[in-house]
Write a protein that binds this ligand. Sequence first.
Ligand code: MN
Length: 254
Amino acid sequence: MRILVTNDDGIHAPGLEVCIEIARALSDDVWIVAPETDQSGVAHSLSLNDPLRLREVSDKRYAVKGTPTDCVIMGARHILVDHKPDLVLSGVNRGQNVAEDVTYSGTIAGAIEGTILGIPSIALSQAYGPASREKPHWDTGIRHAPDLIRQLLAEGLPRDVLININFPDCPPDAVKGIAITSQGKRDPGLLKIDPRHDGRGNPYFWIAFERRQQSTPGNGTDLAALADSRVAVTPLRLDLTDEPFMTRLAAIFD
Ligand code: MN
């Protein structure tokens, strides 16, 4: 099995080494194509106005001056064009990618791109909290990911479906199990603008997320699973169509 590993935290990120370790537990044929710099929050963007610079870091390891999406295309359509990957692993992201994160995440976008190219693809993220901020529990993914991925691949991913896996903020032994989840929904009040002033008194701003725990994450969601120290496994569809509303609209506009 040929595995293409990418991420959005960049070629130097500790989580990339974690993902490589997970991939190597599954196969000897592991290729890495990751962004030169941190691409967190770029979602599924493509570099169309700048050329893609490709740097061979070492054997089977490349850095691309671009986004995770660029990296997967570069991997599947250039570096590995003669023998396409059988699996794309994207991550392990430093920080959870649940609820609305799914729409901002470059990590998940790497798996989206793999899925578009017809390759089974899985996004991996490690939750952390104030206590583990400097040292996320990377061992949790190393311990739990390989068997979980084997089981998912044995079942087979449907076409146009990717898997979003989030590891809870706890050591491997404290994990209570695996939860098959739906994409949750956060309190929109958690997203805000943090205004500051620079040395010359001019204003500037950071987008900020309040770290406060959601009081009641919806049952069966990725948020609830992480809060309960379970590994959240969410199947996501490329097709974003809302079918019930499509049917209603069709009746109105017919
Ligand atoms: Mn990231």
